[in-house]
Structures are given as C-alpha cells and as structure tokens.
Design a protein around this ligand. Structure first.
Ligand SMILES: Nc1ncnc2c1ncn2[C@@H]1O[C@H](COP(=O)(O)OP(=O)(O)O)[C@@H](O)[C@H]1O
Ligand SMILES: CC(C)(COP(=O)(O)O)[C@@H](O)C(=O)NCCC(=O)O
Ligand SMILES: [K+]
Length: 241
C-alpha cells in the first residue's frame, strides 16, 4: 500500500494505491494541513508515503511528523537530473518543482511520443517532454484563479470575476474570465506548436483548473485525473528510481 501526497500551494491532494489501482483519495486546503492527521486515520496502517511538496517547510514538517507517528516509511520526491525514464535539461535540475517532476514521470509512463505536460493549479506550468523522455524545458505562469485575483486586488474598478468564456466578451465579468482563460490557453497552444509536427504529439492536462482549460483547448489533449499522484506512485514503486 502506498499513500501518495501532492502538497501544492492551494491544496494537498492524496491517494491510496493498493498496487493495482487507486482505492481512495481526497484533497484539503493547504492552509488546513493540520487536518491531514484526521484524514490519515482512514489510510491503511503502515502504508508507505511518497510526497511532493512545493508548499514550504512547515507543510513538509507536518507530513514528516504524521508519518513518524504512524511508524511508516516516507520518501520525499525531489527533482533530479534523471529518474524513472525522464532526463532533465533544467539548468539546475534540483530547482524544478517536485510536482512538475512527478507529473513528468507520470507522463513518461503513459506516453512515448512528444508531449506537453500541463499542470493547471495555483500556478500553471507547461512542460515539454520530448521523445526518449527528455524534459526539454517549460513555462511557469500565474494560474487561472491567480490571474483573476490579481486583477481584482490591483485595480480600482475590477471585481473578482464570475463571468463566462466568450470569444468577444461584452461585459467586465466575461472580459476578465475570457482574458485569463485565453492567456492560459494561448501559452499552452503556442508551446504545443513547437511539437505539433511530431508523431502522435499530445498534451496531458492535470490540476484543479484543468477542466476549465480543457473546455476550450484546440489541440489533441488528454485530461488526467491526477498525473502528479500517478508519477509519485511510479517513483515509489520503481526499485532503482
Ligand atoms: N474545490 C476547490 N478548491 C480549491 N481550488 C479548486 C477547487 N476546485 C477547483 N479548483 C481550482 O483548482 C486550483 C488549485 O488546483 P490544484 O491543482 O490543487 O493547485 P495546487 O497544486 O497549486 O495546490 C484553484 O486555483 C482553482 O482554480
Ligand atoms: C511552479 C510551482 C509554483 C507550481 O506550484 P503549484 O501551482 O502546483 O502549487 C512549483 O512547481 C514550484 O514552486 N516550482 C519551483 C520552481 C521551478 O519549478 O522552477
Ligand atoms: K501547478
């Protein structure tokens, strides 16, 4: 039994894997990390933990303490030069977010072709995985909610928008929602153009805001429930790592 935990800047996602399938899972706000202990009561006793954390040392310490109390093994995934069939071309491999690295490992396990790995969370990351498992580089931009929030916080006249996507918005709410979505989609589609001619090129899309992007994305893509947890599980299960 493995418990995979993806601690992001907004939410902590977790899943229990029994060796053949995900059998349980959930999410809580990162600010409520203290409540993870209650959640952990449902996990099988002594299940091993595998974590990627980009939410800071306090969150890491909480998770470590939780597993120490359960007398269960725990491993933190950190980005490296190579793991599970993925090789990094990041200038400093360790600088890459552990969640991005987990998503790349997860992507490599399901696709052999060139692909774009998009994690749409607090930030949106758009990472290129070339044939042969080469992580060639990628983008970080504010996520959809963060873009909308930044407009509301830093302008006198713009509200926190609750509009709908329109090709040609004609009111403030729709203009903001459509603008922030187009910014996300544009970044993804522009990055995809670079690999579009490669055989079976695909985009894998994951993260809390992924369904929102998926509704308008005009490239071949696959929505992945939780690519990051998949990658963590794969990392935990691979003998040499
Ligand atoms: N119930 C929810 N609670 C919080 N965010 C949600 C929820 N449903 C969808 N979202 C969207 O998911 C994003 C967070 O996605 P997530 O992948 O968990 O991010 P992170 O990994 O950065 O914590 C939010 O910015 C928001 O756009
Ligand atoms: C880019 C991120 C903020 C994304 O975090 P998230 O939106 O998933 O909470 C995170 O992967 C991170 O802090 N990365 C470190 C810098 C880097 O990847 O280059
Ligand atoms: K993200």
């Amino acid at each position: 039994m493995i418990v995979a935990i993806d601690a992001g800047n907004s939410r902590i996602k977790w899943g229990v894997h029994d060796g053949s399938a995900w059998v349980d899972g959930g999410a809580l706000a990162t600010a409520d990390v203290g409540r993870l202990a209650e959640v952990a009561d449902q996990w099988p006793a002594h299940a091993r933990g595998v974590v990627c954390n980009v939410a800071g040392p306090t969150v890491a310490e909480s998770i470590s303490r939780l597993f120490a109390g359960r007398h269960a093994d725990l491993v933190f995934l950190h980005a490296s030069a190579a793991a599970c069939g993925v090789r990094s071309r990041y200038e400093s491999a360790q600088q890459l977010g552990a969640d991005r690295w987990a998503a790349l490992i997860g992507a490599r396990a399901v696709l052999d072709s060139a692909c774009l790995v998009v994690c749409a969370g607090t930030a949106t990351t758009v990472d290129r995985l070339d044939v042969g498992g080469i992580f060639a580089g990628g983008l970080i931009l504010p996520g959809f909610d963060l873009m909308c929030t930044a407009l509301a916080r830093n302008t006198a006249q713009l509200p926190l928008a609750d509009g709908v996507f329109r090709a040609l918005p004609r009111n403030t709410m729709d203009a903001i929602v459509s603008g922030c979505l187009q910014a996300q989609l544009g970044a993804v589609e522009r990055m995809f153009q670079e690999i579009a001619d490669e055989p079976a090129a695909r985009c894998l899309l994951t993260g809390g805001a992924a369904p929102r992007l998926a509704a308008h994305l005009k490239i071949p893509f696959r929505l992945m429930d939780n690519l990051i947890l998949d990658g963590l599980r794969r990392f935990a299960a691979s003998p040499g790592r």
